[in-house]
Design a protein around this ligand. Structure first.
Ligand SMILES: Cc1cc2nc3c(=O)[nH]c(=O)nc-3n(C[C@H](O)[C@H](O)[C@H](O)COP(=O)(O)O)c2cc1C
Length: 174
């Protein structure tokens, strides 16, 4: 049986504009930080604004128009970045797993949001160049995606279709 939390999560884009309580925000980032990562490097970094913050407009302007249409009602916008190097022994090396690990952290966050009754949707559609200016993230980090989080106004029934297990998992050889 697949866990209910995994089955229940979906990308929710209909948000009410309500503020997200600070304690829920902390729980989301705590969940993200509990993800596994190569050499426990924890390459994730999150920079966020709440809709009442001065920086909201600058972040929001980095969201592509198609996403702005619904993300305008989010309570929080998060920029997700991955540190591109890690320390192995005494050496600083390129971390080839950084984006993999950051994806796991984002999934933790998405599952936690679902359990807290929050709406969350990842947005690849954003202007990374302007986000670098808005966030102050150094070139040591790649900017991966933004995330919109908010109070759900409406949870769509059903889910985006998935490939059957036999199309994604193969024993021995494809
Ligand atoms: C890396 C990534 C980028 C995404 N970018 C967008 C986006 O720009 N706009 C959007 O509306 N949804 C975006 N999504 C959400 C996907 O469309 C969604 O996860 C997919 O359709 C499956 O639906 P589900 O999350 O409800 O299961 C993105 C998801 C991921 C993981």
């Amino acid at each position: 049986m697949v866990a209910d939390l995994i089955k229940d999560r979906s990308s929710i884009r209909r948000m009410s504009g309500e503020i997200i309580p600070e304690e829920k925000i902390n729980i989301l980032f705590e969940a993200a930080g509990l993800a596994a990562s190569a050499h426990n490097a924890q390459p994730w970094q999150f920079v966020y604004v709440l809709r009442e913050d001065d920086g909201w407009n600058q972040f929001f302007e980095c969201v592509v128009p198609a996403n702005q249409r619904w993300a305008k009602d989010a309570g929080m916008l998060v920029v997700v970045a991955s540190h591109q190097e890690f320390v192995i022994g005494d050496e600083v090396e390129k971390n080839p797993y950084a984006v993999f690990d950051v994806g796991a952290a984002v999934q933790n966050m998405a599952l936690q949001a679902s359990e807290l009754g929050l709406a969350l949707c990842v947005m690849g559609g954003c202007d990374k160049r302007n986000l670098r200016v808005a966030t102050g993230l150094s070139s040591a980090y790649d900017i991966e995606v933004m995330i919109a989080v908010g109070a759900p106004e409406f949870k769509p029934s059903g889910r985006a279709q998935r490939k059957p297990v036999k199309e994604i998992a193969f024993r021995g050889r494809v």
